[in-house]
Design a protein around this ligand. Structure first.
Ligand SMILES: [Zn+2]
Length: 118
């Protein structure tokens, strides 16, 4: 009986490791690259926060709407195409920092949250 228990345990460990390995490969760069392309296509390659503000900006990244650090997942519903400026603003906001307003050459504020841009 001791032998049977032991082999059950071994089988359990092998299964556990197989699952763990699979999870790790799910998180690989290749899988993320596929998700990234899918989200950028779905969002027509346009930054979604900019789009909500009525601007058309090419997205360069894919962003977690709810940050992974706050329990957000890699589901399509939690992902959006985003431009670098919005991603920067959002990262700052997620870190609890005040967003720094940038200005373009003509002195117009670039921040999507700035009242001039609302
Ligand atoms: Zn944007």
């Amino acid at each position: 009986m001791v032998m049977a228990t032991r082999s059950d345990l071994d089988r359990h460990i092998v299964q556990h490791m197989a699952i763990k390995h699979q999870r790790l490969s799910d998180k690989s760069g290749h899988a993320w690259a596929k998700i990234r392309v899918r989200i950028l296509r779905r969002d027509c390659g346009l930054c979604q926060p900019c789009r909500r503000e009525g601007r058309l900006t090419l997205a360069e990244q894919v962003d977690h709407i709810v940050p992974v650090s706050k329990g957000g997942g890699d589901d399509d519903e939690n992902l959006q195409a985003i431009c670098l400026a919005c991603h920067d603003d959002k990262t700052r906001a997620d870190l609890g920092l005040k967003s720094v307003t940038a200005f373009d050459a003509s002195g117009f504020p670039l921040g999507p949250g700035h009242h001039w841009n609302r």
